[in-house]
Design a protein around this ligand. Structure first.
Ligand SMILES: C[S@@+](CC[C@H](N)C(=O)[O-])C[C@H]1O[C@@H](n2cnc3c(N)ncnc32)[C@H](O)[C@@H]1O
Length: 326
């Protein structure tokens, strides 16, 4: 997640003295204070995903969110002991401050740190009680005083789904310091987003990272309670994408157009000047129907799972299981 090379989104600053009308995707106002997303379980293999809680318009600003934890990050992952130690410290601090939240949102990480998944009744309290939406921000200033959970509609997770998911999670009986470090390193690798260096105007992508990023450099990386639960969807080849989209237009295919439906950026930019540094801002790339899963393209680089996305499922790339995202 942290180092995919996705397509960079355009950065634009609207200058009212030169343009009478802002471009349609220009984010002049913050997201609506209406529940936009809810958590669901996709499958025991894929884990959680984020789903639209209402219809979302093309280019709609879905939510913005402060990170749960932040640590330095290096594209070489294990290369620097000091970085791994700070990632471990950040994970431990998050677990100490928000034990139940971390155990429910990231049960595989918690288990590798010796914390078993919460029983359903306790997990339900966290999933449905709004705790997972605690870092969402409402209000034009992006200020802490405007915090609310209204952009988050809780969860649609059923007891049987939760129990099937957590049954597959192995809890380590004895956890060594080396195990903890490896668990935190893996967690950052798969869940963190890199923050752009100061003055670069914000990282952005369909799921990728800023084109400005230097592969060997150390950056700050952030993990988000909701943003980090958005799953990957492969971008179909242009030919497959346009023929499938034209079937949708002709009403012959009732499903949504193929490919990822969201993009993200971190921090303020010309498109979302009111977003605070380190806050992730999620935007719809097209119309999204209530109940549809939000996705983005993690990019081509190392991810380490057999892709189960709709693009692969529909055979637009080669069929389910044919795409092992390394
Ligand atoms: C950033 S997390 C997304 C949230 C994750 N589903 C969870 O429950 O924690 C990335 C991980 O989700 C899973 N994942 C995401 N997209 C996937 C896809 N298209 N197919 C299969 N697994 C996926 C992989 O295990 C991946 O390492």
């Amino acid at each position: 997640m942290a180092n995919p090379s996705g397509e960079s989104a355009k950065h634009e600053v609207f200058d009212a003295s030169k343009q009478a009308k802002p471009p349609p995707h220009f984010l002049r106002s913050p997201p609506l204070a209406l529940p936009a997303v809810r958590i669901g379980l996709v499958s025991p293999e894929v884990g959680y995903g984020l789903f639209a809680a209402r219809d979302l318009a093309p280019d709609e600003f879905v939510f913005h969110e402060a990170p749960l934890l932040t640590a330095p990050f290096n594209e070489k992952f294990a290369a620097d002991r000091a970085l791994v130690l700070s990632q471990t410290a950040a994970c431990r601090a998050a677990l100490a401050a928000h034990r139940d939240l971390v155990a429910v949102a990231y049960p595989a990480l918690a288990a590798r740190l010796g914390v078993p998944p919460l029983p359903w009744e306790e997990a339900r309290r966290v999933l449905e009680g709004g705790g997972l939406g605690m870092n969402l921000v409402v209000g034009g200033s992006g200020g802490g005083d405007g915090r609310a959970t209204t952009q988050f509609a809780g969860a649609s997770v059923k007891q049987a789904e939760y129990e099937a998911y957590t049954a597959g999670i192995k809890v380590s009986a004895s956890v060594s310091e080396a195990d903890v470090r490896q668990a935190c390193l893996d967690f950052f690798k798969h869940y963190a987003f890199q923050v752009p260096p100061k003055g670069s105007g914000g990282a952005a992508g369909v799921g990728g990272v800023s084109a400005l990023m230097n592969a060997a450099s150390t950056r700050e990386a952030c993990i988000y309670l909701l943003g980090s639960l958005i799953n990957h969807c492969c971008t179909p080849p242009a030919s497959a994408s346009s023929s499938s989209a034209s079937l949708v237009m002709k009403g012959k295919n009732k499903g949504p157009p193929p490919g990822p439906n969201c993009s993200w950026r971190i921090g303020p930019s010309g498109l979302a000047h009111f977003v605070r540094p380190r806050h992730i801002c999620v935007q719809a790339r097209r119309a999204i129907r209530e109940g549809e899963q939000l996705t983005w393209d993690y990019g081509k680089r190392e991810k380490g799972f057999d892709c189960q996305c709709d693009t692969c499922r529909d055979g637009l790339i080669g069929g389910l299981g044919s795409c092992h995202v390394l």
